[in-house]
Ligand binder design. Sequence first.
Ligand code: SIN
Length: 276
Amino acid sequence: MNVKLLSGALGAEISGISLNNINKEIFNTVNELLLEHKVIFFRDQNITPEEQIRFAKFFGPIEEHAYVKGREGYPEITRLIKGAEEKNQWGEGWHSDVSYNVNPTKAVILKSIKIPPVGGDTVFANMELAWETLDKEIKDIIKDKRAEHFSLGAGFFIDEYKYFESNGNDAEEYSNHHPIVRTHPETGKKILFVNWTYTKKIEGLEESESNEILSKIFEHQSRLDLTCRYTWSENNVAIWDNRSVIHYAIADFFPGRGLGHERIMDRIAVLGDRPY
Ligand code: SIN
């Protein structure tokens, strides 16, 4: 096995492990790598949908999405399709997946099916480091507070784009409150748990103060020195620990360069715990 670090902050590309025939021992190794690097990538993984599902289930029960249905025949897998001429895609804007749920996603296993020749990288940021490096004055204000996360957050393109071909689970907008600083249930580390897309309000603060602090946090948590960036090729698998990272699928599909190509991903999300 070889581990190549992707940046000084987080992320590693793993080679020498094949994900199509996972057993408990290999899973334990993968999980340790995930806890250490927070997002890990595997190239040349020609796994079937059944193998992707089997692998995901080692992490825990599969999560059902409030707004989108799974693939025909594979309800556990959501197929994310960006059409050739579309300029937007699922996941643009900093977020952690479904942070608005009572039990937000634990981990995501994302497999690339079709990738444009250029564009469509994904960026991840380390929220353990974001908490450690946050300004002391802001830390003192927010450390025991909760924030409200809304399901139809910023940049949510419901009904507009091709990826909602997979729509069908039609929940109304809803929200949940979570601690702004959560504890990782496996490592015990403190994590900054808010994000630009879904977090709208800090409980117990006036709206203007809440907005001011949230915008400072959003700026801080997306600092480039807290990130790593991954350039996909087909048949890659990414696994991220959704409790300790935020991520951003870059929609750099501009005329003459990235525009004019499909981007297709198969996503499985694993149900998480209630943040504490
Ligand atoms: C996501 O945000 O869940 C998808 C990320 C990607 O397609 O790169």
